[in-house]
Design a protein around this ligand. Structure first.
Ligand SMILES: Nc1nc2c(ncn2[C@@H]2O[C@H](COP(=O)(O)OP(=O)(O)OP(=O)(O)O)[C@@H](O)[C@H]2O)c(=O)[nH]1
Ligand SMILES: [Mg+2]
Length: 197
């Protein structure tokens, strides 16, 4: 997060992370189409529409005094481009972890979670994360409680979860609002942001 008191701008970085084909790109596209900005997303992808490096877009909100500028990225799920993931995660303020809820890919979600932990170590405990159980429209889903239990969900302070269907947009805006709430709460708790009467 960058707080510029001269320009009265707060910059936040949010990254969609998760295993291959879980719905990260679909999620960012649906989110930006909600803001009428889908064509403003920069996607670096292969000819097969798979994310090669990242998708990237910005949205801004403004009140009388301050501008909130949010940069949103997705990581690539393909392990061939694994090297790009820690780069995309640099200086991240909050992560939306997009899972594929289909039972047969449960382990792929766990591997991706372990990779995420490996980048942050103990500081993951302090990083706002929203776990999005995507593809809720499909049959044969695993129970969200199983995954949350396995990752010790209750151990983390800044973590929440939601159900999403990225192709129809269900839950996507709620995830975005939730991660923003977790990020701002963290900075407020750390006294980096103080309310002015
Ligand atoms: N049924 C269903 N399909 C979905 C959903 N979200 C995404 N998909 C499909 O899953 C496939 C992969 O979606 P992407 O958004 O490209 O996934 P990704 O995580 O960005 O993939 P990589 O960048 O290659 O890792 C596409 O065919 C999407 O249409 C969903 O909620 N339900
Ligand atoms: Mg993608």
């Amino acid at each position: 997060m960058i707080i510029d008191h001269v320009d009265k701008t707060i910059c936040i970085k949010i990254v969609y992370f998760g295993p291959a084909l879980s719905g990260k790109t679909t999620s960012i596209k649906t989110l930006f189409s909600h803001f009428g900005k889908e064509e403003k997303i920069l996607s670096i992808e292969s000819t097969l529409n798979r994310t090669l490096f990242f998708d990237y877009g910005t949205v801004s909100f403004q009140n009388q005094d301050w501008i909130l500028k949010i940069s949103v990225y997705t990581t690539t799920g393909q392990n061939f481009y694994l090297i790009t993931r820690p780069i995309t995660l640099k200086a991240v303020d909050g992560i939306i972890f997009v899972l594929d809820s289909q039972r047969e890919v449960y382990e792929r979600n766990m591997i991706s979670w372990r990779e995420l932990i490996s980048y942050f170590g103990d500081s993951l405990d302090d990083l706002p994360i929203l776990v999005a159980f995507n593809k809720q429209d499909l049959p044969n889903k695993f129970a969200s409680t199983r995954f949350l239990k396995q990752i010790d969900f209750h151990k983390y302070k800044n973590i929440d979860s939601k159900y999403t269907i990225a192709i129809s947009g269900e839950g996507i805006l709620e995830c975005f609002e939730d991660i923003l709430r977790l990020i701002l709460k963290k900075y407020y708790d750390h006294k980096l942001i103080s309310a002015i009467n």
